[in-house]
Design a protein around this ligand. Sequence first.
Ligand code: SF4
Length: 492
Amino acid sequence: MSGNSHDASKPIRIGISSCLLGQEVRFDGGHKRDSFLTDTLGPQVEWVPVCPEVEIGLGIPREPVRLVRAADDAIRMVTTSTGVDHTETMARWAIARLEELAREDLCGYVLKKDSPSCGMEYVKTYSSGGTAERNGRGLFAAALMRRFPSLPVEEEGRLADPRIREDFIERVFAYARQKGRTPSACGPSEARSRRASASGGGAPRALRDDDRPRPERAQYRSVPVTVVGRPDRGIAGSTRDLAAVEEPLEVRLHGKPFAVIMRTPGEDRALAAGFLLSEGVVRTADDIGAVEHCRHPDRPDGHNVVDVYLLGESRTSLETLLADRRNVLTNSSCGLCGRVTIESLKTRASALPVSWTMTTSVAAGLPQRLRERQRVFDGTGGLHAAGLFTPDGICETSAEDVGRHNAVDKVIGAMVLDDRLPIASHALAVSGRASFEIVQKAWLAGIGLVCAVSAPSSLAIDLAEDAGITLLGFARGGGFNVYSHPARLPEL
Ligand code: SF4
């Protein structure tokens, strides 16, 4: 985040809202100690506590503050009874404090939910009439996330979900590993502020990003699921599960379509900037004028469209870039995968008929049978695998690769070379999660059942439903969840 490389011999440092560590800094002199953070995660990391309200001098105890939407639509932070406005004080302090934090070698940040200073999302904002809507972000949290757009940030409330917790910890450790290897830690926000101060003013309004707190897009959603083989957990049959949301993000250059990225919503601007860096479109933050979500009134899906405005050499070569350009479908774990637009993401193949079935015990055993063929994984512990299985659970072919999509391509490609498409009576087992693209590959190959060791994304579930594919997730420990078309498992 500061450009410092992380010293692997030192514990990972994570910023945190002080009250979550048990520090008595809240407006009423209390705290919000979180035992997972203090007792479980705490011994493995070094916390860097920050209490914005105390640090701007509001004292303990103090009159509480809240977010209020002013007549000009700006968000102000004011005290609840006396109406004292602390917005400017907080903003000035945050600029300086964040520069200090940039030197703290942070690899993540945990924020206190619902706080008008620290809340990451869905913080209450009040109208002048006193009506509250949960659509805000704490002022310090907003400044933090603008200043460090790729820093893993979570709230303690969301960390109560084991999958979000696991994902956050993974992101923190991945961030720590990557520190010092990123070509430039400079984000577009930094570049923008540097340019603004150099020119003595901000960018033109049309190019300026929206700094108002705005509701985040959901990163997971509740889906119906049939649970099989989990008697130990006391759950079975129809229930609901949470699926990570996967949606297309269209990246535009100066309003013209350039690429499509499959992603979980959130940090879209950072994602677009990083994508353009890896594509060679930009080389430094100075090549980026602005990155902003589309707000055209005719685009209700504008949250899935990001416009990027280029500067300098990149701007000069814009027309060449666009002329040469193919639309690229990428996935967060696999890099470049195809050349399609949002409109053409779903293939036009027919839904697959139920022409064969499998017993639940064979289905539950697929991950273990795949694991037995992961010879490279045995040596490295780090490869994804895919395998094609007959309805009796016999593995016809399997492959390993650093990219799970590559592993799927290899097993399907082997069948293509044998002239055996469509693969109409085989199940595909994959060692990781089931993304949109894995289901799409299965559909195009005619594979009617996909079994993933980890979670499916929301878009994978939608596509499996359309494709007539039986989609199994969390296939481990002798059980699995069924997300679509259970007819291939007649015992259900
Ligand atoms: S939520 Fe933030 S501002 Fe409020 S007490 Fe906790 S650390 Fe301080």
